[in-house]
Design a protein around this ligand. Structure first.
Ligand SMILES: Cc1ncc(COP(=O)(O)O)c(C=O)c1O
Ligand SMILES: [Zn+2]
Length: 440
């Protein structure tokens, strides 16, 4: 029986093109090949957010996943869909030492005291440091992997028919995303190319090679246009047939599907285990923006829209600049897609920060992030390096979580606002942050 899926498909927030959920390999807007900016977003019917109670969020919230709708649209039974997710998870666990499980999310009492919150308010910390490959990134990539495996199982993969072999996966990253990508690829022995800069840390590239990734070092070559050479090489690989195994929604929108599991876990935990009012604010560290976009998309399916504060460092803050441009031009959130270049462009001189995972010179997935900030009366927060360092020191010491500076950078936004005084964040407010990656 063909079931009616909760996710109907995708629509492009820039050009309006739509893509049916049954379409395989619908990584980007169908009009993206013609150039310009495009940004697929999910088209989903509203349905109360419920968990099946399973520990694995991809099973617990499976019915809300686009990849589940994709499989359903091709007639795969409920049982077969669940089995594919569970089997893929156990393959990941065999390589990563853990599969996907609901990660801890608790009120951090000592941290709340240190920041001057009252007993009614406080800071809740979601701890992603023990997630697959040590960060939240694998959540984004798991739905792309499920899509590929499902396509193979459902007879939709041309490489199985024409005998050319699997196309390689490709990613441009030398941090958490690369490690997550190589881990998932290794779990199913899928070839992967990881494009890294000459400055990549040897401990990361050694681990990538251990996972049998093909590491491609990308120095700038004279013929390169402006921009990151790793991204140029990545795009060339994709143009030659590689699968964009990317954590940027603009390169592969399917990463925005699995990223939502984190927001779903937070929202369900709040409803089931936290007495009293819902969260007032979420502080989320923003690099390329897929993380904040997904956390909020997931969280908001509970019907609650807290104030979102997208946190960047002063070393690189293109999203805050876009937010100001929007307001100067009096653009509403519906107008942003058609005014992309006036609001979002590469940060000219990216500085240094200990939170080096959020120094993306462009916030690729900025449209859903500004839209979520507008809806919940949120705002961007730009922190200085002292805030980044203080948040990591206080956050890790008081919680015992061994997070990186990137991982605690959302907290730096709260530290900065609390310092401005009680008018900014009241002591009885409830605030959530995500410690998104382990210290390496
Ligand atoms: C631990 C961690 N948190 C947050 C981010 C930011 O995520 P995004 O680039 O999707 O905004 C990154 C990105 O590298 C990261 O590694
Ligand atoms: Zn488009």
């Amino acid at each position: 029986m063909i079931e009616r899926p909760l996710v109907a498909g995708w629509s492009c927030a820039v050009c309006g093109a739509s893509v049916d959920i049954a379409e395989p390999f619908s990584w980007a807007c169908p009009r993206a090949a013609g150039g310009g900016h495009h940004a697929l977003q999910l088209v989903q019917s509203i349905s109360p957010l419920r968990s099946s109670g399973e520990a694995n969020p991809f099973l617990a919230f499976r019915r809300y996943l686009a990849v589940d709708a994709f499989m359903g649209a091709h007639g795969l039974t409920d049982l077969a869909r669940a089995a594919l997710v569970a089997e893929s998870d156990s393959l990941v666990a065999a390589v990563a030492g853990t599969g996907f499980v609901t990660t801890p999310f608790e009120r951090a009492d000592a941290l709340s005291d240190a920041l001057g919150f009252s007993a009614d308010g406080g800071v809740w910390v979601k701890d992603e440091t023990h997630n697959v490959a040590g960060s939240h990134k694998a959540r984004h990539l798991f739905t792309i992997l499920l899509h590929l495996r499902a396509a193979e199982q459902m007879g939709l993969a041309p490489w199985l028919q024409n005998g050319t072999g699997r196309p390689p996966l490709a990613i441009a990253s030398c941090g958490n995303a690369a490690l997550a990508a190589a881990t998932l690829a290794a779990s199913v022995s899928w070839p992967i190319q990881v494009f890294v800069p000459p400055t990549a840390s040897p401990s990361v590239t050694d681990r990538l090679r251990q996972l049998e990734a093909h590491v491609v070092t990308c120095p700038r070559v004279p013929s390169d246009p402006p921009g990151d050479p790793c991204v140029h090489r990545f795009r060339e690989a994709v143009a030659a047939g590689a699968v964009p195994f990317s954590v940027q929604g603009t390169e592969n929108a399917w990463c925005l599907d699995g990223g939502r599991t984190i927001g779903w876990e937070m929202a369900r935990h709040m409803e089931e285990h936290i007495e009293g009012p819902p969260f007032d604010r979420l502080f989320v560290q923003v690099g390329g923006g897929a993380f904040a976009a997904s956390v909020m998309a997931g969280f908001r399916m509970s019907g609650i829209t807290p104030r979102l504060h997208a946190v960047q460092t002063e070393a690189c803050a293109p999203l805050a600049r876009a937010w100001s441009s929007m307001h100067e031009r009096q653009l509403g959130k519906a107008d942003t897609g058609s005014h992309w270049d006036e609001c979002m462009w590469a940060w000219e001189h990216v500085g240094a920060s200990a939170a080096d995972g959020i120094l993306d010179d462009e916030t690729y997935d900025w449209l859903p992030v500004v839209s979520a900030m507008a809806d919940g009366h949120g705002s961007p927060v730009v922190v200085d390096e002292a805030d980044v360092l203080e948040a990591n020191e206080t956050g890790c010491r008081t919680t015992g979580i061994d997070a990186s500076h990137t991982g605690t950078a959302g907290l730096a936004g709260l530290v900065a606002l609390r310092r401005e005084g009680p008018d900014q964040v009241q002591p009885d407010e409830r605030v959530a942050v995500v410690f998104s990656g382990v210290r390496r």
